[in-house]
Design a protein around this ligand. Structure first.
Ligand code: PRX
Length: 655
């Protein structure tokens, strides 16, 4: 890691905005930074004024650390801001361009989207969904997923989207925690030509969710093509989305909600085994979304904007749905995998729809690098004018590849740092102002106070430490659903009143931030957060496993992969040793079944002891070294307890 950090910090290539980009940029005056700093509340208020409010706020901010309220007294509706307010001028403008993995294309105008959302919102009301009720959404990336989110927002219901790659148990846990009343799902979804049987997975989850009264199902394919088991509907509980829509009135006045009314909860991994439901409210969140979408992506009315995230993640919430739609943009969504049917699918989409803004993750960029530049070269991508990156640190090599092969050395790259908890981008270049450096997320967005702090909370001017946010911001999380203590403990206890991000970072002489990854027990696998404890619990749940320890290891494409060390129960050892490869597969599958394929370990190492500190903490750094082939030449020797003991001693002496 420290070699990597040193390499990053000797990075001295710099890419200033081109004069033509700067000339037309939505923001190009560097004084905006000091102006925002001198009156942060006024700065954010200016953005809130760009939303439509039914009642204006009386006060901008009430800050009782760690509890913030923004735009107090104001009333608005998120779906009104994403739809109704565009109808006069942009009713016929395409809001969504959707491509299904098999190749279908749908263009949905703002007027069409408004009609479907209004109808579905009425449908939800008929099912007894009221303001404040939670609605779970477990869907592929199809337009109906966006309709479902906005329909919830329209009636003040709280959506809780669960990524379609999560297992039934993961879905069940999230529904139970949120006590969702309705689940919206689809018969199936496509992934690399295969059908993911979402309804079947949802059925298994809902069997243990007494709070669910109704399940609404989108028929992903014509009925004749769906398998019988995806069509199996439970009388009284399940209903078809198209029937709900068909029977509903298309007039649904929006429910005007308080600025601090909950818009959604989204589960993310933390340091304990249980994922936490991050709570976002309406006014401040939307304010953060529009400010960053307009300035970071330089979004203009004529842009075709494509953020490749799934709506199951926060990036899909803020930068597929709320930010761009609140600004009336044309948004591309694509259901499937980047290498289906061929490895040029993304470039084909960019060419076909003349995408001008493209936002993706470093893990995808590294895969593209591996697949080769002949794929982008085969397509006309001259429509592109800005590129973005999110989810994990982007290595300078990937940054340069992106710059050269996708951006044709013409498009600025915005490397955006943020989190589910922050709701919107907090650290990023402004493309018309800030010169970029490959691998650096550069500077805090105007109106955001980001610092590097040491353990005691002292400010580090130049050098490394913890990334912290020292003042409240509008789109910040308001809590963890059902767990107020954990909210305080997790984010606000390291230094009272200061937000602890869980990330390590450095700041260079120019004041640029360089993100170095998580400092807690969270692993960022291909841009997705997985808690080590979650995977450990899944492993220990297997009948043969007595104890497990999970660490992150370097991975060419994913950035970080998962390695697991397991102690097999005495009684099961003979069976495990008989066919180690089969045993390893079985454990990997068990984790996939418990959580989802994103948590599947790369490597599983069987051991008969785990190195622990005297206080009983697992020495993860040592395990990482072992899993990556350092410290020990041959990892199998870990089966010898004497080796573990001597390693442990050596490490304790060193640290
Ligand atoms: O470690 C940071 C990393 O992703 C974490 C947040 O994950 P999640 O809540 O799933 O949200 C991901 C999308 C916003 C952070 O704590 N991360 C995110 N963006 C970057 C990043 N690390 C480095 N550079 C980034 N641009």
């Amino acid at each position: 890691m420290s070699d990597q950090i040193d390499a990053l910090l000797t990075e001295n290539r710099e890419f200033p905005p081109s004069s033509s980009f700067r000339k037309n940029a939505n923001v190009s005056d560097p004084a905006i930074y000091s102006k925002a700093k001198s009156d942060r509340e006024r700065f954010w208020e200016g953005w809130a004024e760009q939303l439509d409010w039914q009642t204006k706020w009386d006060r901008v901010l009430e800050w009782n650390p760690p509890h913030a309220k923004w735009f107090i007294g104001g009333k608005l509706n998120a779906s009104y801001n994403c739809l109704d307010r565009h109808l006069d001028k942009r009713g016929d403008k395409v809001a969504l361009i959707w491509e299904g993995e098999p190749g279908e294309v749908k263009r949905i105008t703002y007027r069409d989207l408004h009609r479907d959302v209004s109808k579905f919102a009425n449908g939800l009301k008929k099912l007894g969904v009221h303001s404040g009720d939670r609605v779970a959404i477990y869907m592929p990336l199809i337009p109906e997923a966006v309709v479902a989110m906005l329909a919830c927002a329209r009636i003040g219901a709280v959506h809780s989207v669960v990524f379609g790659g999560f297992s039934s148990e993961a879905l069940r846990d999230r529904i139970q925690d949120a006590e969702a009343k309705v689940l919206i799902t689809a018969t199936s979804g496509y992934r690399r030509g295969n059908l993911v049987p979402l309804k079947k997975v949802a059925d298994a989850a809902v069997a243990d969710c007494p709070s669910i009264t109704d399940v609404v199902v989108v028929m992903r394919r014509p009925a004749a093509e769906e398998a019988d088991d995806t069509l199996r509907m439970q009388t009284g509980r399940d209903r078809w989305y198209h029937e709900v829509l068909h029977d509903a009135d298309d007039n649904c006045p929006p429910e005007w909600v308080d600025s601090e009314h909950m818009l959604y909860t989204l589960y993310t991994s933390g340091t304990t085994g249980k994922p936490k439901g991050i709570v976002h409210t309406t006014g401040g969140y939307l304010t953060g979304c529009i400010a960053t979408t307009k300035w970071v992506f330089d979004l203009k009315d004529e842009d075709v904007y494509w953020c490749t995230a799934d709506i199951g993640w926060v990036t899909g919430h803020s930068y597929v749905v709320y930010g761009p739609l609140a600004l009336g943009a044309t948004v591309v969504i694509y259901e499937g995998a980047p290498d289906w049917p061929k490895q040029d699918r993304f470039w084909e989409i960019i060419e076909r729809h003349k995408v001008s803004i493209f936002y993706t993750a470093p893990t995808a960029i590294r895969a593209f690098m591996k697949w080769g530049e002949q794929h982008p070269q085969a397509h006309d991508m001259s429509s592109l004018r800005l590129l973005g990156s999110v989810g994990e640190p982007i290595n300078p090599e990937a940054w340069m590849w992106y710059h050269k092969n996708i951006g044709a050395e013409r498009c600025p790259i915005v490397d955006t740092w943020w989190q589910t908890e922050t709701g919107a981008i907090l650290i990023t270049p402004l493309p018309g102002i800030v010169p970029t450096k490959p691998g650096s997320a550069t500077k805090a967005f105007p109106g955001i106070d980001a610092e590097i702090l040491d353990e005691r909370g002292n400010r580090v001017e130049v050098g490394g430490g913890y990334l912290a946010i020292t003042s409240p911001w509008p789109s910040m999380l308001r809590g963890i659903w059902g767990d107020p203590d954990r909210f305080v403990k997790q984010y606000w206890s390291k230094w009272p009143g200061i937000y602890f991000t869980g990330d390590g970072a450095k700041r260079d002489e120019d004041g640029y931030f360089w993100l170095l990854g998580r400092v807690d027990d969270v692993i960022n696998v291909a841009g997705h957060r997985i808690g080590t404890m979650e995977v450990e619990s899944a492993l220990v749940d297997h009948q043969s496993i007595a104890e497990a320890a999970v660490v992150g290891i370097s991975h060419d494409i994913k950035g970080t992969g998962i390695a697991a060390f397991v102690i097999v129960k005495e009684s099961q050892r003979a069976a495990a040793i008989k066919d180690p490869a089969k045993f390893e597969q079985e454990l990997k599958q068990h984790v996939t079944d418990k959580i989802g394929a994103i948590a599947r370990p790369e490597k599983i190492l069987v051991t008969i002891d785990l190195p622990k500190t005297r206080s009983g903490k697992i020495m993860r750094r040592l395990l990482r070294d072992i899993a990556e082939g350092r410290a020990l030449g041959d990892v199998t020797t870990l089966a010898d307890p004497a080796v573990v003991a001597s390693l442990k001693e050596r490490y304790e002496e060193e640290s």
